[in-house]
Design a protein around this ligand. Structure first.
Ligand code: HEC
Ligand code: HEC
Ligand code: HEC
Ligand code: HEC
Ligand code: HEC
Length: 229
């Protein structure tokens, strides 16, 4: 019997003992099972529960129907969201944009009754919550984007202008940011231009626009002072 024969015999002998491997397989499948359960739990927490704990939802003080109103006013979006003579953007409307029609009730809806009794009659402005609100350190100009860059409102805000209701405002409990800044997809996926408006989203569009490279303003991410005053 040569040495290699001996080794071969040992190998065969080893194969002939099937008792050990199943035990190891059992342990492995338990590990896999626990891994899958653990993974499922963390996915459920990360995608389901965590965002709910991270964001508090607040309804707007009054619901507002864009579709209805855009059909009623003469000047489209500009009737309420206009540029002042000095080029600054008026932003959310004030009572002055409503009172011509709403000095009296226009219909019977409960929504209008809230608006009329709580705000019109008391002479209070409606404290609208701004979904797109950026932190104070960020400088943003509508006229540069709407007139300079000729961008549509939808590019940054989505379809709010066609909507029949205002969605709840969601505030990040850690940063205080509106949810529209970091986006609604917890994994950070972005399908539409308006899904997210973080620093990199502003910078990404700036990098894409050739006009910026021609202009004297450096709006790339490097020039911090462009967006931070
Ligand atoms: C009759 C007045 C009126 C008209 C006309 C109007 N809006 Fe509004 N809009 C409002 C009010 C009220 C709000 C709620 C305040 C807010 O969220 O800033 C609002 C909010 C918005 C917001 C949300 C801003 C934010 O981040 O909170 C967007 C975007 C918007 N309007 C776009 C449009 C567009 C686009 C049009 C034209 C298609 C339009 N609006 C026409 C009254 C008007
Ligand atoms: C051109 C006239 C006009 C202007 C300007 C206008 N409204 Fe209205 N509004 C109406 C009419 C008409 C209705 C419909 C009432 C009905 O049929 O129930 C209405 C309905 C409403 C309602 C209840 C319906 C709903 O579902 O939201 C609210 C709330 C409201 N308006 C708020 C506002 C606010 C806030 C502004 C100013 C930013 C404003 N409106 C500006 C004419 C106007
Ligand atoms: C390039 C992206 C961009 C475009 C295009 C754009 N917006 Fe905005 N909008 C923003 C950002 C960012 C803010 C928040 C600004 C801040 O917090 O200083 C904002 C804020 C607003 C607000 C709330 C402002 C306030 O302070 O009360 C309204 C209303 C609004 N936008 C309407 C519009 C309308 C209507 C158009 C189209 C005419 C438009 N936006 C186009 C990015 C954009
Ligand atoms: C979809 C494209 C787009 C997005 C998104 C965008 N920008 Fe811009 N931005 C532009 C373009 C294009 C210009 C150059 C406008 C011009 O040619 O006058 C510009 C110009 C600017 C300027 C220079 C204004 C001036 O006075 O010259 C500032 C500041 C600015 N953007 C800030 C921001 C901030 C902050 C954000 C994100 C909250 C943002 N932008 C998102 C396209 C975009
Ligand atoms: C194109 C516009 C733009 C440019 C350029 C830019 N930022 Fe920002 N930055 C933003 C916006 C919008 C935010 C708020 C959203 C966020 O946190 O992503 C922000 C947030 C920040 C914050 C967090 C502030 C807070 O209160 O949470 C810091 C720090 C910051 N930027 C530093 C810088 C520095 C440093 C540079 C230069 C290398 C720079 N930024 C260039 C748009 C810009």
């Amino acid at each position: 019997m040569s040495r290699s024969d001996d080794a071969q015999a040992k190998e065969i002998e080893g194969d002939a003992h099937p008792a050990a491997p199943p035990k190891a397989n059992g342990a492995v499948s338990y590990i896999i099972l626990f891994f899958i359960i653990g993974f499922a739990l963390s996915v459920a927490f990360g995608w389901g529960l965590f965002p709910r704990l991270l964001y508090s939802q607040k309804n707007q003080p009054v619901d507002f129907n864009h579709k209805l109103h855009v059909a009623l006013v003469d000047d489209g979006c500009q009737s309420c969201h206009f540029f002042r003579p000095d080029g600054t953007f008026a932003g959310s409307p004030r009572m002055a944009q409503c009172i011509d029609c709403h000095s009296e009730m226009q219909g019977q809806s409960e929504n209008e009754a809230i608006f009329f009794e709580q705000y019109v009659l008391k002479g209070h402005e409606v404290p609208w919550r701004v979904y797109a609100r950026q932190p104070d350190c960020v400088f943003f100009s509508h006229s540069a984007h709407v007139y300079g860059a000729k961008l549509d409102c939808v590019t940054c805000h989505g379809r709010t202008g066609d909507s029949e209701r205002l969605r709840p405002y969601e505030e990040n409990l850690i940063s205080g940011y509106s949810r529209d800044i970091w986006g609604h997809n917890i994994a950070g996926f972005k399908q539409n231009t308006w899904d997210r408006m973080k620093m990199d989203d502003c910078a990404e569009c700036h990098a894409r626009h050739d006009t910026l490279h021609d202009s004297s303003v450096q709006t790339g991410r490097d020039a911090c002072f462009v967006c931070h005053k």
